[in-house]
Design a protein around this ligand. Structure first.
Ligand SMILES: NC(=O)c1ccc[n+]([C@@H]2O[C@H](COP(=O)([O-])OP(=O)(O)OC[C@H]3O[C@@H](n4cnc5c(N)ncnc54)[C@H](O)[C@@H]3O)[C@@H](O)[C@H]2O)c1
Length: 223
């Protein structure tokens, strides 16, 4: 039996098969979760639908438009999710919009440009700093409702979003050279951390930012 058998997980942020969200979705699927997805715009709609079509029982998987910058789309999407599922156990990404009494685990993706200086990350570094602080505050607010809120700080990956960060290739070379485990991470490895955060095995973990970066964040000076 999988770690997430029967759990209802909404995974927001799949853009293509290299998306971290897709690594998380396939790991959740392996562990028996029921999945739902969104697409943010018409350009990415077909990508999402094609990927969903590769999953078992894909006909019954809820998938629809939700651009999180548009409140009306968020409202419609979650009303539709509520109609189809009536509850949500796991929300991947930081769009804590579902009825909190149903949620059990919320998680978002962050990057180590919060604690270290990554010049090309620009204002995203500030956004991620807020996200990590929000993770702690939300964890404190929602803990009494038995909802856990955590963040995964992933190492550099050449996804659509990652490729937009200048210096991502050098960051990946640095991982191979200097990270304690001397290699880059994969989307699947982030997916496995997400399975842990979504499962009962992490029931004592909330408000945390967990690094999935082969230990790169601990390095100060190397030989
Ligand atoms: N790639 C990396 O190196 C890396 C490292 C650490 C953290 N992250 C974080 O991981 C998360 C996922 O990024 P990724 O690397 O998988 O890239 P990605 O481009 O595959 O995924 C980003 C997704 O954001 C979604 N999106 C963008 N604007 C949206 C909107 N207005 N409404 C709804 N959805 C919208 C798109 O669907 C896209 O699929 C991001 O938060 C990113 O900052 C990435």
């Amino acid at each position: 039996m999988g770690l997430l058998e029967g759990k209802k997980a909404l995974v927001m942020g799949v853009g293509n098969k290299r998306s971290i969200a897709w690594g998380i979705a396939t790991a959740f699927q392996r562990e028996g979760a029921d999945l739902a997805f969104n697409w943010p715009n018409e350009r990415l709609k077909d990508n999402v639908l094609e990927l969903v079509a590769t999953l078992p029982n894909h006909e019954s998987i809820p998938v629809g438009p939700c651009d999180v910058s548009k409140q009306d789309e968020i409202d419609k999407f979650f009303a539709e999710m509520d109609r189809k599922w009536g509850r949500l156990d796991i929300l991947v990404h930081s769009i804590a919009f579902a009825a909190i009494e149903d949620l059990k685990s919320v998680m978002s993706l962050t990057y180590n440009a919060v604690d270290r200086v990554v010049p090309s990350y620009n204002s995203m570094a500030m956004a991620k700093a807020v996200l990590e602080a929000e993770t702690r505050y939300l964890a404190a607010d929602l803990g009494p409702h038995n909802v856990r809120v955590n963040a995964i700080s992933a190492g550099p990956l050449k996804t659509l979003a990652g490729s937009a960060v200048r210096g991502i290739s050098q960051a990946r070379d640095l991982m191979v050279e200097k990270a304690p485990l001397r290699r880059n991470i994969t989307q699947d490895e982030v997916g496995n951390v997400a399975v842990f955060l979504a499962s009962e095995w992490s029931r004592a973990v909330t408000g945390a930012t967990i690094f999935a970066d082969n230990g790169f964040n601990i390095i100060g000076v190397t030989e």
